[in-house]
Structure formats: structure tokens, C-alpha cells
Design a protein around this ligand. Structure first.
Ligand code: SF4
Ligand code: SF4
Length: 378
């Protein structure tokens, strides 16, 4: 038995702040990232520590609104507010930051963030399967490699990159394996625990350790009989990223008697089927191929998201789908139309929610989620 618990994941963030502080004192560099399109492998191969900086808390939003428009996605405002107020230890310790041109709000916010820290904004093409887009993306990753080498005063070797690719591939496979056990009925992992595991794992900079933790906890779940979650409607959550601090919809699903069996968003399953293939000579080409497949709504068109959702609805035996859009996120908001069409074609109840990080709409969200769960046939 491995003795790993969800609590080990719940404290990763806190533990890792101390570790990063110590590593910084010993001269190691830290690179902050905001998006799953950012190839962490380049940062690891540069000998630096990658840390996720996406804001999931309401606390820094008021400060952000002194600079940014109020009518902007809360994730962007929260992320910027943490940076402007220097209230996130991970941002504080970051020597460099990598942003990207996923959505308009983010890419314009990064222009302002450049006044606080050195920010490299990756120019992400918005078409999955197009030779020109692919070539552009390969060149962009080469530029990022050069920028990291210059700013971290190091050399990123192909050998180091392949080693980092292997590590991230293993971590991704281990994360997928633990999420997949919720295909069982009843699902062994509650929605909040699933979020705690998948969101918190990204804060552990020791990849070997987090892989071992994921495998160990999976074993614990497999070996223990599940008595909770029996007969609860099985809900799939999709849409904008959710983390601890912005988990109100996950909480409401569980409180209303549902069981969130899977999340398709970036804190969940969106990238977990993607592995960097080793069938190329050039690791940058291999990385470009993987990352350009990520089914984010900033891609146009974005067929892989519908394919992934369709598979997940089957594999996780889903009874209802909730699509959560953060206010002012135009790409996910518009794509909710296609998601709704897909879900309804399966004769499964569907609910599209638009919200922010505040608790002002808790009551109306609760009523709508309860109504959705009542539609699930017993
Ligand atoms: S939803 Fe899109 S923009 Fe946001 S973190 Fe995921 S890939 Fe990046
Ligand atoms: S949730 Fe939407 S608007 Fe917000 S950062 Fe992600 S893609 Fe952009």
C-alpha cells in the first residue's frame, strides 16, 4: 500500500512555496506560466522550475480592476491582480514569465504585465491542422528556446529536452490514469477531490515525486471499496478552467446530490490524452505537434474538443453535462452552442452557466443545477 491521500495533494501548493524559496536561495531560476499551451519541457530542460500562475481567487480582482476593464474574464483579472499586488508567492519568485496569445484579454493583459516582470508572449496560431500554422508554431517554440537560453544563461540541449519530455509524458499518463478510475460506477473520487488532485499536482516541481504520488493514490482508490457516490447522477463539467478558489460550481454539483465524475477543462482532462511522440529527430517538432492539438476554444475551428467530449460522455457514463463559462470569455461562451448541440444529440441534459469568481449568484446557480439533476432519469 502507498499510503497516499488527497490531503497530500491539498498541501502541495503550500509545501512547494517553501521548496521554491529554498531552490531560489541556491540559485535555481523559476519561470511562471499561464496556460497549458506553454511547453513546460523547455523550462525543465533549461534547469529551471515551471510554476502555474493562473489566478483562481477573487481576492486580487479589485486591485486588477484599477487597471483592467471590469468587463473582463475573472481569470485574467485575478492573474493580473496577483502580479500587480505582488500577493502570489509563485509570481513573486518567478524570474521570467511566459504568456501566450490565446484570447484577446490575456494577450493584452500581458502587455501590462511586462511592466512588472520580463514576459515572453508566445505567438500561438489558432488553427490545429494547417501546415503554415504548424511551421509558425515550430519557429515560435525555437524562439522561446532561444529566449530562455539567453535569459537563464544556459543551453537547452536536445538530450535534456527528451528527458523532460519523458517526465511530462509520464506525469500526464499518471494523471490520466487516476482520472480514468472515475469511469467506474460508483465513481471512487468525489468531484472536489478530483479537482484537488488535478489542480494541485501542477504546483509540484518535483515531477518524479508527483508521478509517484499519483500512482500511489490511484492504487489506494482501486483497493478501497467505494460506499459513497452510489446512485448519484454522473456529471461532466466542461468549459473554462476551474481551480481551488474558483470551485463553486463543483461544490454545488456535489451538494445538490450529483457526482462530478470528470472535468474536460484545462485543470482536468483537456490535455491528458496528449503525449509527445518520440518518433521525430527534433524534439521541438515533436513538442509543437503535441501542443497544437490542445482543444482550447481559442482554436478555430476546434473539432478536437467535441471529439474529446463525445468520448468522455461515453467513457465516464455521463448523465448530465454542465458547461461553465467565465464572464466575458467570448470563445468558450460561443462554443457553448456547439457543446449544447452535441450533448442534446445524446439525449443528455445540458446546462450552460455563465458566472464569475464572486458568490453573488450562488443561489441561482444552485437552483439551476438542482433542476438539471432532476432531469436525469433514475
Ligand atoms: S482554456 Fe485555453 S487559454 Fe485557458 S489555460 Fe486552457 S488552453 Fe490556455
Ligand atoms: S477563460 Fe476565456 S477569457 Fe479567460 S483567460 Fe481563458 S480563454 Fe481567456
Amino acid at each position: 500500500m502507498s499510503n497516499h491521500t488527497v490531503e497530500d495533494f491539498a498541501i502541495i501548493r503550500q509545501v512547494n512555496v517553501m521548496r521554491i524559496k529554498e531552490s531560489k536561495e541556491q540559485g535555481q531560476k523559476v519561470v511562471g506560466i499561464y496556460c497549458t499551451y506553454c511547453p513546460q519541457e523547455l523550462i525543465l530542460a533549461a534547469g529551471a522550475i515551471p510554476v502555474g500562475l493562473c489566478g483562481t481567487s477573487e481576492a486580487p480582482i479589485a486591485l486588477a480592476e484599477e487597471t483592467l476593464p471590469r468587463n473582463l474574464c475573472p481569470l485574467i483579472k485575478s492573474s493580473y491582480g496577483f502580479a500587480a499586488g505582488d500577493t502570489c508567492p509563485f509570481f513573486h519568485f518567478s524570474d521570467l514569465v511566459i504568456g501566450e496569445t490565446t484570447c484577446d484579454g490575456k494577450k493584452k493583459m500581458f502587455e501590462l504585465m511586462q511592466e512588472i516582470k520580463p514576459v515572453y508572449v508566445m505567438q500561438l496560431p489558432h488553427v490545429h491542422q494547417n501546415e503554415n500554422s504548424f511551421n509558425l508554431w515550430v519557429e515560435e517554440l525555437r524562439s522561446l528556446r532561444t529566449w530562455l537560453e539567453k535569459n537563464l544563461d544556459t543551453t537547452i540541449t536536445d538530450e535534456g529536452l527528451w528527458k523532460a519530455i519523458d517526465e511530462i509524458n509520464q506525469e500526464t499518463a499518471a494523471a490520466k490514469a487516476i482520472c480514468d478510475i472515475n469511469q467506474m460506477n460508483p465513481p471512487p473520487i468525489s468531484g472536489l477531490d478530483l479537482l484537488t488532485i488535478t489542480w494541485s499536482r501542477s504546483f509540484n516541481s518535483n515531477k518524479a515525486e508527483v508521478i509517484e504520488m499519483l500512482k500511489g493514490l490511484r492504487e489506494e482508490y482501486i483497493n478501497n471499496t467505494v460506499t459513497d457516490n452510489i446512485g448519484r447522477p454522473r456529471v461532466l463539467l466542461t468549459g473554462c478552467p476551474v481551480g481551488l478558489g474558483s470551485e463553486k460550481v463543483v461544490r454545488l454539483i456535489e451538494e445538490a446530490g450529483g457526482s462530478m465524475v470528470a472535468m474536460e477543462n484545462c485543470s482536468g482532462y483537456k490535455t491528458l490524452e496528449l503525449q509527445t511522440e518520440r518518433n521525430q529527430d527534433d524534439p521541438i517538432v515533436a513538442l509543437a505537434r503535441k501542443y497544437l492539438q490542445i482543444p482550447c476554444s481559442c482554436m478555430t475551428p476546434n473539432p478536437y474538443r467535441m471529439e474529446l467530449l463525445e468520448r468522455m460522455i461515453e467513457d465516464f457514463r455521463v448523465d448530465a453535462v454542465i458547461d461553465l463559462t467565465w464572464q466575458a470569455c467570448h470563445t468558450y461562451n460561443i462554443e457553448a452552442h456547439d457543446v449544447g448541440r452535441l450533448v442534446k444529440s445524446k439525449n443528455i441534459p445540458f446546462l450552460h452557466l455563465e458566472s464569475d469568481y464572486s458568490n453573488s449568484d450562488l443561489e441561482s446557480l444552485k437552483v439551476r443545477i438542482e433542476a438539471l439533476l432532476e432531469m436525469v432519469e433514475k
